[in-house]
Design a protein around this ligand. Structure first.
Ligand code: NOJ
Length: 569
């Protein structure tokens, strides 16, 4: 029995004997998705093998060894299904076919096979709140009020004042039916009617299709919006456009869990798969009904730490507020506490957020140190770290000169709302640059050649101007690069029972300069300390242990600007 197995055995006994029976994941029964990190790929921007300017599935397959080198156990692929691409694939016109832009079903099969050979699972995205308005289901539904799919979407004679998440009314008039349909996101993304059992079954069939193809699980999109309130009434107007944010009206409507339990029963139950749901608006108190063995999903992405700057979590960018470090730390500590008996997906970036190095530290901070400091937290909180493509290289936000340079539909919606609220073009553009999702969607930077090695054609979104300094090839060669720091952290976490399973505790929660926490398992403790300022900060008290990794080579008895240190004792 090696040391790790021994510790697992001890924990198993302790868990069984002393810890509340609600504990779901003792170290003794860790699952594959808890032991390694997950790498998120936005295929459109990852690697183009055809010269089309758009990334594809073969591009992903060709980089599996690079992905493996990050110590990850799974890849989350954002949508690659047939889509008109109004929302870059989150508007799906066929749930079980590959969009030709991304390749063929054979390419997908090959990806699964090649990934499996490297012990990497492929997690696919389920977008079940809505389809594309070009989906055959919607084309049929809109054709009349009495066709077989007439009630597969949400149709009403009257509209309410709800504002869609991408801006503008959440209702769109349909001439054929002389009715409005609801769209939580873009008007090209009509919401499905989950009240209809046939709709639910069709969606569950689509999910099972991908499991039969060998997918290792699902990231489930926008799931909090599937259940609509029983009455459709106007909300409180919250902007000069006279509308009311739909998120506040429909997120996590009571009764939603009935649908989700059916989803679990018909798709996930009894299978060795991983499920992570996108769930903006689920409160920590409700978590046990959503995740863990008593819940529906293995875990869920909540937004409290990434949306902390937006009042009530509603992403109206020009309403962003300043917040204190203690508030941000509290969101993480609360999430750690709420998932103590289940599991947490740790993330700072994805395809919907600006780059983290330009978001969570003061603007004057050294970006390489910041990238390493955030990575330190990413790999040492309790949960599965999610790395978003480019984050491991220290990608920063892009610079867009005009609103017309953005591709993202939500950026235009947010910009228009800012203008409606009286901001000038320059001010509205400043917020768009800070928060646009396109910041995370610029092409992956592989080397210093033309278009950063992403494509031989014209990239669908311009490559970041910094690509010659920040790319895989350059960082591979630099032992001190952000990329190599990620590799060290990932290896450290993968081999550490303390980091995988240890209890989390925050120290000095009121400190507005430092984030310090411990992870403890048995008699071993790992302490993590990060300086969130751009100056030296004294430690409140000496920290226990020997330094095992940090973003400065040497060690002081205080923390330097943006310093992050991991101590072991
Ligand atoms: C969340 C996805 O991550 C985002 O990219 C998309 O625009 C919306 N859901 C709508 O599907």
């Amino acid at each position: 029995m090696n040391r790790r197995e021994f510790i697992k055995g001890v924990i198993a006994l302790t868990t069984a004997a002393y810890i509340s029976p609600t504990i779901v994941f003792g170290a003794e029964n860790l699952r594959w998705w808890q032991e390694k990190s997950i790498y998120q790929i936005y295929p459109k921007s990852f690697l183009d093998t055809t010269g089309s300017g758009t990334g594809d599935l073969r591009g992903v397959t060709s980089k599996l060894d690079y992905i493996k080198s990050l110590g990850v156990g799974a890849i989350w692929l954002t949508p690659f299904y047939v889509s008109p691409m109004v929302d870059n694939g989150y508007d799906i016109a066929d749930y079980t076919a590959i969009d030709p832009r991304f390749g063929t079903m054979e390419d997908f099969d090959e990806l699964i096979a090649q990934a499996r050979a490297r012990d990497i699972k492929i997690i696919v995205d389920l977008v079940f709140n809505h389809t594309s308005d070009q989906h055959p289901w919607f084309l049929e539904s809109k054709s009349s009020r009495n066709n077989p799919k007439a009630d597969w979407y949400i149709w009403r004679d009257e509209k309410t004042n709800w504002r869609s998440i991408f801006g503008g009314s959440a209702w769109q008039w349909c001439e054929e039916r002389q009715q409005y349909y609801l769209h939580t996101f873009a008007k090209a993304q009509p919401d499905l009617n989950w009240e209809n059992p046939k709709v639910r079954q069709a969606l569950f069939d689509a999910a099972n299709f991908w499991l039969n193809k060998g997918a290792g699980g699902f990231r489930i999109d926008a799931i909090v919006y599937i259940k609509k309130p029983s009455q459709f009434v106007d909300g409180v107007v919250d902007s000069e456009d006279g509308l009311s944010s739909i998120h506040n009206i429909i997120a996590a409507t009571p009764g939603i869990l009935d649908y989700l339990r059916e989803f679990k029963e018909k798709v996930f139950a009894g299978k060795d798969i991983f499920t992570v749901a996108e769930a903006n608006g689920v409160k920590p108190d409700d978590l046990s009904a959503w995740v863990g063995s008593s819940g529906v999903f293995n875990t869920l992405f909540e937004f409290s730490h990434v949306n902390i700057m937006f009042p009530r979590g509603v992403e109206i960018w020009h309403r962003a507020r300043l917040y204190k470090l203690s508030e941000w730390k509290k969101t993480l500590t609360d999430s750690q506490a709420a998932t103590r008996d289940s599991w947490y997906p740790i993330y700072f970036e994805n395809h919907d957020r600006p780059r983290s190095i330009d978001t969570f530290f003061p603007s004057g901070a050294d970006k390489i140190l910041v990238a390493k400091a955030l990575a330190t937290i990413l790999f040492t909180l309790r949960g599965t770290p999610f790395i978003y493509q480019g984050e491991e290289l220290g990608f920063g936000n892009a610079k867009f000169k005009s609103i017309n340079d953005f591709d993202d539909i939500s950026t235009r919606g947010n910009y228009n709302l800012a203008r409606a609220d009286g901001l000038s073009d320059k001010e509205a553009l400043r917020f768009a640059n800070k928060f646009s999702r396109d910041n995370a969607r610029t092409p992956m930077q592989w080397n210093s050649s033309k278009n950063a090695g992403f494509t031989s054609g014209k990239p669908w979104l311009p490559v970041h101007e910094d690509f010659k300094r920040c790319n895989v090839e350059v960082e591979e060669r630099d032992a001190d690069s952000v990329l190599n720091f990620y590799r060290k952290l990932s290896a450290l976490r993968n081999a550490s029972d303390v980091l995988i399973s240890g209890e989390y505790a925050e120290l000095y929660p009121d400190n507005e300069e430092l984030y310090i926490f411990t992870r403890t398992l048995g008699d071993k403790t790992i302490t993590v300390a990060v300086n969130f300022t751009t100056h030296d900060v004294k430690l409140p008290a000496p920290l226990n242990g020997k330094k095992i990794l940090g973003n400065y080579a040497d060690e002081k008895n205080y923390l330097r600007a943006t310093e992050a240190v991991i101590y072991e004792s």
